[in-house]
Ligand binder design. Structure first.
Ligand code: NAG
Ligand code: NAG
Length: 285
């Protein structure tokens, strides 16, 4: 019996040590309901806790006051699959921060204070399936390559931001997109919107909640479903710089020809009168 227990002792020590360190690894202010989840939501945090275990997969940080994601965050926590930073004070995403987040499947940055989504903001997050960027009241700029590399992204939430327009490439570069929420933005259906409108019509089944936009010049709100390609027909007729140059050049040419023609006509009339005058003199004689 004894030798057997003695053999087991190192193993027992190791197991209890693993359990103890797991307990110790949970940041003091947070809960760790299972070995891979750290729940620090609603703890009044103004920055990320230091002592998050490096093998964390689900990190819940919603309802805090965190203003910034450190650039090496995803280098440290490279196993992260699920990151909830909803309702914090993030004002920007530094390009490169998410470039190593290759396992991330779910990212919630909704209800923050983001103002723009720069080119390649999410790096090559090839596993990302759901991205929430809603309810950022100052978010007015989304770069046309903001979502590049998100080859698995199925759901994108951009509702209730400050977007008045969007480059169509931002969405058309997402091969797996199934659902996009865009409602509650101050969209303006002017000529810049025409390309995006065509994409929206072709992909209307991906917009469960539709959207509204304001029509110039008086800005009254219409639902997208009330508009058709015809609503933007004037935009195709609108003039480009080349068109304007051609018009100006033709105008000048026509004027020049007209002046030359008048001059020629006047000369002809004058000659004719001179000729008639001299003929009359001859007849008088
Ligand atoms: C956002 O977080 C703050 C701070 O924890 C909290 O008081 C507030 O209720 C949260 N808002 C929402 C909509 O959950
Ligand atoms: C959010 O961002 C805007 C524009 O950058 C700024 O004016 C405002 O003070 C910010 N609000 C908070 C709560 O940080």
């Amino acid at each position: 019996m004894w030798p057997c227990v003695c053999h087991l002792q190192p193993l027992l020590t190791l197991i209890s040590f693993a359990f103890l360190t797991r307990g110790e690894n949970c940041p003091a202010t947070c809960l760790c309901p299972d070995p891979h989840t750290v729940d620090c939501s609603g703890r009044g945090l103004t920055r990320l806790p230091d002592d998050i275990p490096l093998d964390v997969r689900r990190l819940l940080l919603s309802d805090n006051w965190i203003p910034h994601i450190p650039e090496d965050f995803f280098l440290l926590y490279s196993d992260l699959v699920y990151l909830d930073l909803r309702n914090n004070s993030l004002s920007q995403i530094d390009p490169g921060t998410l470039s190593t987040s290759s396992r991330l499947v779910f990212l919630d940055l909704g209800s923050n204070n983001l103002t723009e989504i720069p080119q390649g903001a999410f790096g090559e997050s090839q596993s990302l399936i759901k991205l929430r960027l809603d309810n950022n009241p100052h978010l007015s700029q989304v770069n046309e390559h903001a979502f590049q590399g998100l080859t698995s992204l199925r759901e994108l939430e951009l509702e209730r931001n400050a977007l008045s327009g969007l480059e169509v490439e931002a969405l058309s570069e997402l091969p797996s997109l199934r659902l996009v929420r865009l409602e509650g933005n101050p969209w303006v259906c002017n000529c810049n919107f025409a390309n995006f409108f065509n994409w929206l019509i072709e992909n209307s089944h991906k917009l469960p909640n539709g959207m509204e936009c304001s029509l110039p010049p008086d800005g009254h709100q219409v639902s997208l479903s009330q508009l058709s390609q015809d609503s933007f027909r004037e935009c195709q007729n609108s003039l480009t710089l080349t068109d304007l140059l051609i018009i100006i050049f033709s105008g000048i040419s026509v004027s020049l020809v007209a002046i030359l023609a008048s001059f020629f006509l006047a000369s002809t009339v004058h000659c004719f009168q001179l000729f008639k005058g001299s003929k009359g003199d001859d007849e008088d004689e």
